[in-house]
Write a protein that binds this ligand. Structure first.
Ligand code: CP3
Length: 340
C-alpha cells in the first residue's frame, strides 16, 4: 500500500511529493475513449465495473499516488429529481433550470444508498483493487447551484447572481437543500471507503470576496463540520480561480487547500500556514517541451517547500487534448525531483 498521499494530506513528512491530477481519468486517454465509445457518459457513471476500470487506468499507466473516483459532480443533483443530459458541445444541461420556490420545493434530498448506489458500489470495488488511496468528491454547493440555476454551463452567471441579489431567501433555500444533499453524499462516500474527500468549487472565482463569504463559503463550512462529526478523513477544498479568496478559504475547515496556477505556492503559504497546499501547474504547461516542463515542475516543488505540506497537482482539470506521454513525463519528474 502506497500511503504517501494520505500522509501528505495529514501534513506528515514523506519520502517524495505525491502527485495526482484533477480529471486524471477521461478523454485524453485512448483507454478511456475505448470504454466510453460503447455507452453514454451518464451510463458509464452508473456502471460500477466500468467506473472502476476507468478510475484505475491513469493510476496503472502513470503511477499516480492517488486515485479519484470516476463520477461527476452533477450525479447527486440528478438524484435530487432533476433531468440531466450531457451534450458533446454544450456540456451538462439541466432541462428545467431551478429558479422558483416551487422548483426548490420539488427537489428531494435523497438517501445516497438508495439514490446513487452505483457510486458507493464503485468505491467498494475500488478499495479492493487499489494500492493507492482513493479520493471521493463532490461539487461545492455554490458551484452546483450555478448549474441548477443557469441550466448548464455559463460565462457571466447572471441568473445565479440575480437570484442571490434579488431573491436571497430563495437562493438560501436552494443552497440549503443542495448542502444537505451534498453532506449526506460525502458522508456515504466516507462510509463506503473513500479515504480522502475533495470538494470542487469550480466557479468560486467568479465571486467578489464579500459575496464568496456569504453566498458560497458558509455552505462548505457546514458540510465539513458535518463530516468532522463522523470521520477523520482528510478534506481538500479546491476553489478554482480562488487566489484572492484564500484568506477566506482558510476558515473552510479543510485540511488541504487546492490552488490554481494564478498564485505562487510560497505566496499562498504566507497567507495560510496551517494548511497543506495542493497544486498548481497550469494544465496547458503539459504542452511545454520536456525540459521546460521539468523546470516548471522543479519551480513549483521549490515553492511548495514553504507550505506545511505539498501535494503536486494541476491548477485545474487536465485538458482532453493533452498527450498522454507528457503526463508520464510530469509524474516521473515530480517523483524524481522531489525525492528526499
Ligand atoms: O479523474 C477524474 O477526475 C474524473 C472524474 C470527474 C469527472 N468530472 C468526469 C467527467 C470529476 C472529478 C469531475 C468533476 C466535475 N464535473 C467538475 C469539477 C472539476 C472542474 O473541472 O472544475 C465540474 C465543473 C463538472 C461538470 C462537468 N462534467 C462539465 C462542465 C462537463 C463537460 C465538460 C468537460 O469537462 O468534459 C462534464 C463532463 C465530464 N465529466 C466528462 C468526464 C470524463 C466528459 C464526458 C465524456 O466522456 O464525454
Amino acid at each position: 500500500m502506497n500511503d504517501t498521499f494520505l500522509r501528505a494530506c495529514r501534513g506528515e513528512q514523506t519520502e517524495y511529493t505525491p502527485v495526482w491530477f484533477m480529471r486524471q481519468a477521461g478523454r485524453y486517454l485512448p483507454e478511456y475513449q475505448a470504454v466510453r465509445s460503447k455507452l453514454t457518459f451518464l451510463e458509464l457513471c452508473k456502471n460500477p465495473e466500468l467506473c472502476t476500470e476507468v478510475t484505475l487506468q491513469p493510476v496503472d499507466i502513470f503511477g499516480f499516488d492517488a486515485a479519484i473516483l470516476f463520477s461527476d459532480i452533477l450525479i447527486p443533483m440528478e438524484a435530487m429529481g432533476l433531468q440531466l443530459e450531457f451534450h458533446e458541445s454544450k456540456g451538462p444541461v439541466f432541462l428545467d433550470p431551478v429558479r422558483t420556490q416551487a422548483a426548490v420545493d420539488k427537489l428531494i434530498v435523497p438517501e445516497p444508498e438508495e439514490a446513487v448506489p452505483f457510486v458507493l458500489e464503485t468505491i467498494r470495488l475500488l478499495r479492493r483493487a487499489l494500492k493507492v488511496p482513493l479520493i471521493g468528491f463532490s461539487g461545492a454547493p455554490f458551484t452546483l447551484a450555478t448549474y441548477l440555476i443557469e441550466g448548464g454551463s455559463s460565462k457571466v452567471f447572471l441568473e445565479t447572481k440575480r437570484m442571490a441579489y434579488q431573491q436571497p431567501e430563495l437562493y438560501h433555500a436552494l443552497l440549503e437543500k443542495i448542502t444537505r444533499c451534498t453532506s449526506l453524499y460525502l458522508q456515504a462516500q466516507a462510509r463506503a471507503g473513500a479515504q480522502v474527500l475533495q470538494i470542487f468549487d469550480s466557479w468560486a472565482g467568479i465571486l467578489a470576496p464579500c459575496d464568496f463569504e456569504r453566498l458560497a463559503l458558509p455552505y462548505v463550512q457546514s458540510i465539513i463540520a458535518d463530516l468532522r462529526q463522523m470521520t477523520d478523513v482528510p478534506i481538500i477544498y479546491f476553489a478554482n480561480n480562488g487566489a484572492t479568496l484564500l484568506e477566506l478559504s482558510k476558515i473552510s475547515g479543510a485540511d488541504v487547500l487546492g490552488l490554481d496556477w494564478r498564485i505562487k505556492l510560497d505566496d499562498a503559504a504566507k497567507i495560510t500556514q496551517q494548511h497543506v497546499l495542493q497544486g498548481n501547474l497550469d494544465p496547458v504547461a503539459l504542452f511545454l517541451p520536456k525540459e521546460a516542463l521539468e523546470q516548471r515542475i522543479a519551480a513549483i516543488l521549490a515553492e511548495g517547500k514553504a507550505a506545511k505540506g505539498h501535494i503536486f497537482n494541476l491548477g485545474h482539470g487536465i485538458l482532453p487534448q493533452t498527450p498522454p506521454e507528457q503526463v508520464k513525463i510530469a509524474v516521473e519528474a515530480v517523483h524524481r525531483l522531489s525525492r528526499r
